[in-house]
Design a protein around this ligand. Sequence first.
Ligand code: HEC
Length: 143
Amino acid sequence: MQLQLKYERQKKIQHHIRNLKRISAVFVFISLTLICSVQARSEGNLSLADGKKTYTHYCSPCHGTKGDGKGFNAKNLDPRPANHTNIKLMSRRTDKELYVAISNGGRFVGKSTLMPPWGGTLNKSQIESLVLYLRKLCKCRGL
Ligand code: HEC
């Protein structure tokens, strides 16, 4: 009789442990998924925010704070700075072309020498985040 009770109690405990294991596995899975998605999102935001900051600092005097090509310096330039909110113009460029234009300057891509080369001032990830920000300004994708 006592043995039978002991056996049942043991079975119950084993059942509990199995349940606990299952619950903790699910918990670990959910937390990992959450951590990964939060991290991915903050990385995306970070480089976009980074792009905006760099753009405001280095590009807005010519291209304007809104990216419409109407910076305070624009009226002194001929040809005028590109309008980065122009979907027609921007969707004809690949991300790679934008990168090269920013890094090597206007002359390198057969455009105005008034567009300076930034490869010596900005690093790779800064230029990549600028491209990301340009895509936000034009609300478009490249070819
Ligand atoms: C001194 C003024 C000036 C500054 C500062 C400047 N640009 Fe420009 N940018 C120009 C001009 C002018 C053009 C137009 C060139 C043309 O149409 O021939 C241009 C064109 C461009 C183009 C278009 C190239 C194409 O394929 O048509 C991109 C992209 C660009 N600039 C990005 C940037 C970024 C990003 C920055 C900041 C890091 C920046 N520019 C800073 C003057 C400037």
